[in-house]
Design a protein around this ligand. Structure first.
Ligand code: G3H
Length: 255
């Protein structure tokens, strides 16, 4: 099964109209060199419209979050999935560890967001991963199972036919500590294996991204792993040269 690499930039709460335009302009100059890789940028919600208008060819638009609600109403500060679709958004992150830990999103809430995304034809990028404490107490697989099962139970295994999963060990996010290729591959193989027990075809086709301090100098060894199909990039996605350097690593491995 050939899976096209996906390199996604999660800009988190960064950017401005000017900075975003400069970043996109620098990316646009080089997208031809990474034509075999799908590129995704996820700016803040208030920047989605302006970024959408400046999007270079070959780059798609993603959001960082959405409401679990499926109908408009009195939900102050929330964003309905259809509002994202209307702006040309194609992907949306759900369950990023910062949403889970800083904003109290439970496994069930993340599953509801996954469902709400698909109801609007958005492709959810389901983020999963363990904390350092959980890894050190040998709970990594248990945490991944719990996080994945919450979505499988609410949405069904078939829903993963149109989704992406990002494995992001919390201890590697923004810390400069990257999981070793062996650690990352082990977790990715576990995720694919868990899905495979329910549907081998979907497990074989779904893209599994690694996230956590990915940089141009470690992207190649991570992306070369059998079950790693790209990256969810935080800090390095804010610098065009780094984001493109990571995309080039994926390009060099593309067939
Ligand atoms: O969504 C991206 C991840 O949180 C990784 O962030 P990072 O590349 O800054 O470690």
């Amino acid at each position: 099964m050939t899976r096209k690499y996906l390199v996604a930039g999660n800009w988190k709460m960064n950017g401005s109209l000017k900075a975003n335009a400069e970043l996109l302009s620098s990316i646009a100059a080089k997208t031809g060199e990474v034509a075999g890789v799908e590129l995704l940028v996820c700016p803040t919600a208030v920047h989605l419209e302006s970024v959408g208008k400046l999007l270079p060819a070959g780059v798609v638009l993603g959001a960082q979050n959405l409401s679990e609600q499926t109908k408009a109403g009195a939900f102050t500060g929330e964003i309905l999935g259809s509002m994202l679709t209307e702006l040309g958004v194609r992907y949306v992150l759900v369950g990023h560890s910062e949403r889970r830990s800083l904003y109290g999103e439970s496994d069930l809430r993340v599953a509801e967001k996954f469902k709400a995304a698909q109801a609007q034809n958005l492709v959810p990028v389901l983020c999963v991963g363990e904390t350092l404490e959980e890894r050190e107490s040998d709970q990594t697989e248990g945490v991944l199972t719990r996080q994945l099962n919450a979505v499988i139970e609410l949405c069904g295994i078939d829903s993963f036919a149109n989704a992406v999963i990002a494995y992001e060990p919390v201890w590697a996010i923004g810390t400069g500590k990257t999981a070793s290729p062996e650690q990352a591959q082990q977790a990715h193989a576990f995720i694919r294996g868990l899905l495979s027990k329910r549907n081998a075809t979907i497990a074989g086709s779904i893209r599994l991204l690694y996230g956590g301090s990915v940089k141009p100098d470690n992207a190649n060894e991570l992306f070369a792993c059998a079950d790693i199909d790209g990256g969810l990039i935080g800090g390095a996605s804010l610098k065009a040269a780094d984001f493109l350097g990571i995309a080039l690593a994926a390009q060099s491995l593309s067939t």
